[in-house]
Design a protein around this ligand. Sequence first.
Ligand code: FE2
Ligand code: FE2
Length: 363
Amino acid sequence: MDDSSAIVFLSTFDPIDAANLSAIRFALMSLEMDSALLVPLPSREGETKLKDRCRMVEAAIEDMRHLSSLEREEIKGCDNLSELLLKAWAATDSSSVYLMVDPLDIPRLLEEKIPDDVLAKFKGLIVVSSKIQPEIPNLGRLPIQILYNSDMETHDPAGIRQLSHLDTALPVIDYILDKHLYAIDDLRDLYTRQRYEHAVSVAHLAWQMAQENGQDSCRAFLAGLLHDCAKELAHTDEGKELMQKHFPQFANFPSWSYHQFLGALVAHERFHVRDEEVLEAIFYHTTGFGEMNALDKIIYCADKLDPERGWDSQPFIDLCLQDIDAGFKAELKHNMEYIDQKNPDETKDPLTAACMERYLREE
Ligand SMILES: [Fe+2]
Ligand SMILES: [Fe+2]
């Protein structure tokens, strides 16, 4: 044991999210501690397998100095939380160890009635919260230290599970997609295989464009992943009825555009997306419109420039990565020229027309 200080951060991590990551970094920095050990709690009924939760934690902290996680085998070997706490405490090999818990997991810790001699190994209990005075019950006699971080993302792992948002690290999202965790199979059911691959590819491109342009990349990924989710629905009678019912003002639009409106509806109804910007980006992704923000432009471009489409879109992608406003104008112009060449006599729908009027006027 050396004289370093460490935090043991206990949470379900189902999955580890952006708020967990900010909380632990914030705690290390504010308390000037040396390192942190992340410890996923053993699975209870209905929770994701421990193996998957451990892998996601490992993926999330891979490139982060000072952060490590307790091995799955170590966690599995514990009969109860007291044993787990002792094992984690010993694994830090530090003389000064604090326990940090996710506020969502406090009821579970209270239920387990951890004996005072186990808690006494720790110097205190750290809770990071975005609320000024959160109500945190006492855990034995452990002194509680509440750290207030107003900039923290909303902590809502359940939202990631239902795909209403994806506020976590990219390697975690990739793991969720790869293993079909949470609502991924519900989403795949809506896509043909090829279109799902397109959606995943658009999501990655959108992530990159957002990151390079100082925008929220988790949001961009979600909008990209969901953007075509109503493509099949749009061809059905149900799709046409939904158009009449929810979007009568767009029902006389060309039928290829239906899926953008219905896509936002499906994202809202089926995946409970409440982020207006994500919904808007899906809603206008094929036609564009006259008032596009950076995310709208990113989704429009990532969709059209998806490398899987089989043409050399790299020069346009490069421009979008450099400057999404310039890249969007270039791609819009290019796309309109392509459409005019294909269907010289087609009149533009009012949204496409407004988009061209607004963004190509000065060209
Ligand atoms: Fe589309
Ligand atoms: Fe698409």
